[in-house]
Design a binder for this molecule. Structure first.
Ligand SMILES: NC(=O)c1ccc[n+]([C@@H]2O[C@H](COP(=O)([O-])OP(=O)(O)OC[C@H]3O[C@@H](n4cnc5c(N)ncnc54)[C@H](OP(=O)(O)O)[C@@H]3O)[C@@H](O)[C@H]2O)c1
Length: 268
């Protein structure tokens, strides 16, 4: 494994959005893999419940209840960890959400929170935690993007653009860090069964109401966990998603954008 536990003792992984969905499954995998954990999300009760479950694996589990859509939160997380003497080896930037509908109709406040959480907080946490990893010459960053990041997404214009940022940022950073002992991976799932669709109010879209296969959160998390430890830069779980991303790359951009709009429309 390019990036795992072993020499140097236990390692610590910080996972944002660990209270549900893919983040919760990632937390289970990191705990089973011998990591100590820092779990971050808003729902303190859900994080405490998960921490109780994961402590049975024998590792230390710390809970930080934070709203990561607030600009001051990444700095607070960093300071609290520093004060507690916790060194983060692996940062998993998983927390994210989507807004759905015509851009002109979506509430601006929600979109600004979406940009803050999916893009700014992810960048800010990486900025704060990367120097420690480089000093120790180990560990890395696992970012959650989406197959949505490979093309524009009418009716989810801001969300798709945030995920395009995450893919571009992750690949660039991975190249910058080549040879340092610190790696960066970006996990790009397709539609996955979590609370995500309900939160975005998009259960009625064709994409999520039977047109495409919806993946299991545990399987997606496992692909990300294994891909990160194998040092892969881009991890796309599932054959259909891999084929989809390749065919989008070969399609005229305007055609791909029109096809996405059709899939994002509500089912009549
Ligand atoms: N599900 C899919 O179809 C899919 C596909 C591709 C990519 N993804 C990406 O995968 C990641 C995880 O999504 P998911 O499907 O697991 O979603 P989910 O089930 O809705 O879980 C989202 C997680 O993020 C946390 N979160 C949301 N807003 C937050 C905030 N302001 N501050 C701190 N934590 C916050 C939530 O916890 P609290 O509510 O407790 O704060 C929860 O733990 C996201 O980046 C998403 O864009 C999802």
């Amino acid at each position: 494994m390019a990036n795992g536990t072993g020499a140097g003792g236990r390692r610590t992984a910080l996972i944002t959005g660990a209270s549900g969905g893919i983040g919760l499954e990632l937390a289970r995998l990191f705990a089973a893999g011998g990591y100590d954990l820092v779990l971050v999300a808003r729902s303190a009760d859900k994080l405490e419940e998960l921490a109780g479950e994961l402590r049975l694996q024998g590792g230390a589990v710390r809970v930080l209840a934070k709203d990561l859509a607030k600009p001051e939160s990444p700095e607070e997380v960093f300071r609290e960890l520093e004060a507690a003497g916790v060194a983060v080896d692996v940062l998993v930037n998983n927390a994210g959400f989507a807004t759905y509908g015509p851009f002109v109709e979506i509430d601006l406040g929600r979109e600004l929170e979406e940009l803050q959480l999916n893009v700014v907080t992810l960048t800010h946490l990486t900025k704060k935690l990367l120097p420690g990893m480089l000093a120790r010459r180990r560990g890395g960053v696992l970012n959650l993007a989406s197959t949505a990041g490979f093309q524009p997404g009418p009716l989810m214009a801001v969300y798709y653009a945030t995920k395009a940022y995450v893919i571009s940022f992750s690949e660039a950073l991975a190249e910058e860090l080549n040879g340092t002992g610190v790696t960066v991976s970006v996990l790009c799932p397709g539609p996955t069964a979590t609370g995500f669709q309900r939160r975005a109010g998009m259960e009625a879209s064709k994409l999520f109401s039977g047109m495409l296969q919806v993946a299991d959160a545990a399987a997606v998390a496992r692909a990300g966990y294994e891909g990160f430890h194998a040092g892969k830069r881009i991890v796309i779980p599932g054959l259909i998603n891999k084929i989809g991303v390749q065919s989008i790359r070969l399609s005229p951009r305007a055609l791909a954008t029109r096809m996405v709009k059709r899939m994002q429309e509500r089912r009549r």
